[in-house]
Each structure stands twice: as structure tokens, then as C-alpha cells.
Design a protein around this ligand. Sequence first.
Ligand code: NAP
Length: 310
Amino acid sequence: MSESIDCLIIGGGPGGITAAIYAIRSGLKTVIVEKLGVGGQIALSDIIENYPGFPSLSGGELMGHFEEHAKGIGATIKYAEVKNIKADGAKQIVELAGEEPIVAKSVIITTGASPKPLGFKGENEFIGRGISTCATCDGPFYRKKSIAVIGGGDTAVKESIYLSKIASTVYHVHRRDRFRAEKVLQDRIMDRDNIEFMWRHNVVETVGDDMGVTGLNIKSIDTGKITELKVDGVFVFVGVNPNTRFIECDKDEQGFIITNENMETSVPGVYAAGDCRVTPLRQVATAVGNGAIAAFKAEEYVSELEGRAY
Ligand code: NAP
């Protein structure tokens, strides 16, 4: 087993990178473990307009700045998948897929969340053949085609606006008669003239063949009438599931990690920051704040373990 490090950060999104910057600057021997690539879910966002200091840039560009900053102060990024975390006295044994475990005095979990499936007939079957949860990844395949977008939150509205600049027609399906997305996005979507709003409709099933999706059946909540939308693609944005299976600690019923205001989980020495924790707002700005607090408290914890608390 490897030599013990002071702070292991799991996840290289905004919360993880911020935690690493604070942990390194406080003198903790720190490693970030990331499964895929640095940046997290936000790196797939085509435009970010609410992160202070950067009025408008893409998620990839913003996270490029984060990564450059962290690497510039010596952050170590290890590409591996965390399978499990087990306490061993005051230390944590972090098990990795196909590699030696890492022993850490403190752990900060910043693994974010992934798109949630809606559960309609054909959703799974046609994933990658017309059903998508990533507008920037798959949007370009639908140039001058008709598509449907499902959901009423920030993601659905933002991505519907983006997709309406590529597709010929966007049918935006939502179960209510208004969106929950932030006001500026609501105003912007109303200005798009190729988005048709299918208010108060639920999705019933995908229509398709061997080649992929050809339509989507939706049902009116008011009349029960089923309408077939002739679309080549369906983008599902109905919320997120947390990436927290590998850790046993207190969580809410959906699996989001419960922390206190110090980002402490129910396991001493283990902290959580960003979208994977129970929080009223999932933004880059909130993940950054959480990451800073988590690293600050991790440093205090490690100092106490080592008998050098200030
Ligand atoms: P969200 O805010 O949870 O919205 C999910 C949407 O899906 C809601 O409109 C919900 O309908 C709908 N929905 C959920 N289950 C459904 C079902 N069974 N049938 C039909 N509709 C269903 O999720 P999100 O938009 O992915 O956002 C996740 C977090 O990231 C939020 O905190 C959000 O603010 C943040 N975010 C922020 C930005 C930004 O630019 N500021 C961008 C993306 C995400 P109801 O409204 O009826 O509940």
C-alpha cells in the first residue's frame, strides 16, 4: 500500500480543483483522482455567463483556466476510478479499480452528478441512436433537423436555446405551463422563433426503427390526447443523479451526500463539495465556495491528527 497522503480529492470539476488549490496552498500533500478528464460536467456547457470575472465563455475554456491554475501550483492529477472508501482508524483507505489503494488522512469528495433518465419506453434502447443527454456532444448531428427537448430547469432551457441554433425545429416538452429555469434564460428562450412549446405534456414513448429515432409520443396532461412529434433526436434534461455510490455515509433519499456548513460528512475526515452534496443551488460558483471550505476544514483536521493544530 502507498505512503499516506494528507488530502485526497476525488473528482476534478470546479469544486475539486478549488479544493486542490486551497489544500496545496495550506501545505497539505494533495492528490486529485479523476476518472475521465478534468473539468467535470460543466466542461460540456457551451456557454457560462454567471461565473464572476468571466462574463461569457464556454465551460471547456473556464475549466481550462482552473486546470492551468492548479497545475501551475503543482497539483498532482491521477487518472483512476475510485471503487470504495474504508476507514482505518483515523485514516481512509481509498480503493481504486485495478490499482493499489491510496491511504489518505483526509478525503474531499467532489464527484458531481450525472444526467438522470426519465424512464419512458424506448429511452434506454435508443440512447446514442437519437436519445441524448448532452447537447454540445450530440447537437451537431441534428443540423436542420427536428428535435425534442424535455425538462423545465436551467439545463433544459439553456440547451434548448443552444440546440435551436442548430436544428430547424425544437419541440420543447415540459409537464408544467412554465419553466423553473432562471429568469434570464426564460426570457431568452421566448425570443427563439423555431422553438415550439409543448406545455403540460408527459413523454409516453420513443418511435423509431433500426436506424434510430423517428418520433416521440407525448400525452397532454389536460386532455389525455397523444401527439406524435416527428423528430430525429430527443434530448432529456430532467435533473441529475449524484455520483456517490462508492462512499458509505449519510445521504438523502436520492443519494446526495449530507454535510454540515463545514462540508463535513458523517465520516470524520471525509468532506464533500459541489453538486454531489445536498444543496439548494448547483453552480460553478457554489462548488468553488464548497471546495474552499472543505479544504480549509481538511487542513484543520490533518493538523489536529498530527498534533500541530494552531
Ligand atoms: P432541475 O433543476 O432539477 O430540473 C429538472 C427538470 O426536469 C424540472 O423542470 C422538472 O420538472 C423536470 N422533471 C423532473 N422529473 C420529471 C419527470 N418525471 N417528468 C417530467 N419532467 C420531469 O435539473 P437541471 O436543469 O439539470 O439542473 C440541475 C442543477 O444544475 C440545478 O441546481 C441547476 O440550477 C443547475 N444548473 C445551472 C445552470 C446555469 O446556467 N445556471 C445550468 C445547468 C444546470 P418540474 O419543474 O415540474 O419539477
